[in-house]
Design a protein around this ligand. Structure first.
Ligand code: NAP
Length: 311
C-alpha cells in the first residue's frame, strides 16, 4: 500500500527520510500518472518536487489524494484552485529559504554592478599582471532600489539593501509596515523611480509578464533588473531586446522562462549575471525545506493542523 508518493529527485538525506515514512518514489509527474490504477488509488499524500504542471487532469489520477506537500515556497506548478475544489490540501516551505534567496539577489546585484565576473577574468587571464588596469565601474551602494513584491523574500532583500545605504522603494498590492520605505501604488511608477529593480513577486498566471517592455522602458538605460522570482514574471523577449540595444544597463537572473534552458542570447551579453535557479540551493536551507515538507506530511497523516498550508 502506497500512502505517500514522492515525485521528483531528492538528495540522499531527504530520500532516506521519505523512505522511512514509507514513500514510493517516482522521478516525475508523468511517471506518477503512469502508475497502475491500484497504486494510484492508494496514494493519499504526495511529496512534490517537480516543475511539471500538477493540474486538474493530474489530480484526477489520484482519487484518494488529500495532500500535495510542495518542496519550495513557490507553488505555481500546482493548480491550487483545482486542489481546493477537490479538498486536497497544499503546503509549501516558506521562510526557511528567505535568507539564501535574498543573499543571492544582493550578490547578483553587486556582481553585475561591479562587473565582478569580468574583473575575475581580468586577474585570471594575466591582463592585470601585464599592467592593464581594470576599467572603473559603477558605484552601486547609496543608489535607489525598488522591490517588486514586498513579501517575505522581498522584505529580506530590502533589509539587506538598506545596509548598503540604498533608498528603498517598493510595490505590493497594498502598503506594508516598513521602516519608512517608499510605497508605489503601481509597478510602472516604481520602475520609473529606481536604478535597480528586484523582482520578488509570486509566479503564476496572475503575474505573467508583469515586467513587460513598458516597465523596462520606465527602468531605463541606467536601470538594472534582478530576478529571483520566476521566469514567467518577465517578458524575456522584451528584456533581451532592451539589453541588446543598451536600453537597459543590465540584469541578474536566477530564473528563466524555459528552465533549465536559458535563452542563448543571454550568454552573449556581458551586462548580465546568470545563475542556474540556485537561490535556495545551500545544504542548510535545502535540508530545512525537506524537513518542513515532511513535517507537513507527518501532520497530515496524524490528523493534525498543517504547519504551512497554502489552501
Ligand atoms: P510571499 O511572502 O508570498 O510574497 C509574494 C509576493 O508576491 C508578495 O509581495 C505578494 O504581494 C505578491 N503577490 C502574490 N500574489 C500576487 C498577485 N496575484 N499579483 C501580484 N502580486 C502578488 O512569497 P515569498 O516567500 O517572498 O516568495 C516569493 C517568490 O519567490 C516565490 O513565489 C517563488 O516564486 C520565488 N522564489 C524563488 C526562489 C529561487 O530559487 N529563485 C526561491 C524561493 C522563492 P502582496 O505583497 O501584495 O501580498
Amino acid at each position: 500500500m502506497t500512502r505517500l508518493l514522492s515525485i521528483g529527485t531528492y538528495g540522499e538525506a531527504d530520500t532516506k527520510a521519505l523512505d522511512e515514512m514509507g514513500a514510493r518514489f517516482v522521478p516525475d509527474l508523468d511517471a506518477a500518472c503512469a502508475l497502475d490504477d491500484a497504486a494510484r488509488a492508494d496514494v493519499t499524500a504526495i511529496a512534490f518536487k517537480g516543475s511539471g504542471s500538477f493540474d486538474d487532469a493530474a489530480m484526477d489520477r489520484f482519487p484518494g489524494l488529500g495532500l500535495i506537500a510542495n518542496f519550495g515556497v513557490g507553488y505555481d506548478a500546482i493548480d491550487v484552485e483545482a486542489a481546493e475544489g477537490r479538498s486536497i490540501a497544499v503546503t509549501n516551505t516558506p521562510d526557511v529559504l528567505n535568507d539564501d534567496v535574498a543573499d543571492l539577489a544582493v550578490a547578483m546585484w553587486l556582481m553585475q554592478g561591479r562587473r565582478m565576473l569580468q574583473a575575475d577574468a581580468h586577474v585570471r587571464s594575466g591582463t592585470w599582471a601585464e599592467g592593464t588596469p581594470f576599467p572603473l565601474n559603477r558605484k552601486v551602494s547609496g543608489g535607489t532600489a525598488g522591490i517588486l513584491g514586498l513579501g517575505r523574500i522581498g522584505y529580506e532583500i530590502a533589509d539587506r539593501l538598506a545596509a548598503f545605504k540604498m533608498d528603498i522603494h517598493y510595490w505590493s498590492r497594498s502598503p506594508k509596515k516598513t521602516p519608512g520605505w517608499t510605497y508605489h501604488a503601481d509597478p510602472q511608477s516604481l520602475a520609473a523611480d529606481v536604478d535597480f529593480l528586484f523582482v520578488a513577486v509570486v509566479g503564476g498566471p496572475e503575474t505573467e509578464n508583469l515586467v513587460d517592455g513598458r516597465l523596462l522602458d520606465a527602468l531605463g538605460p541606467d536601470g538594472v533588473l534582478i530576478n529571483i522570482s520566476r521566469g514567467s514574471v518577465v517578458d524575456e523577449a522584451a528584456l533581451l531586446d532592451r539589453l541588446e540595444r543598451g536600453a537597459l544597463a543590465g540584469a541578474g537572473l536566477d530564473v528563466f522562462a524555459d528552465e533549465p534552458r536559458a535563452d542563448p542570447r543571454f550568454a552573449k551579453l556581458d551586462t548580465v549575471v546568470l545563475q542556474p535557479h540556485q537561490a535556495s540551493a545551500t545544504h542548510a536551507t535545502r535540508g530545512a525545506m525537506g524537513q518542513l515538507q515532511r513535517d507537513n506530511i507527518a501532520a497530515f497523516f496524524e490528523g493534525q493542523d498543517l504547519l504551512t498550508p497554502v489552501v
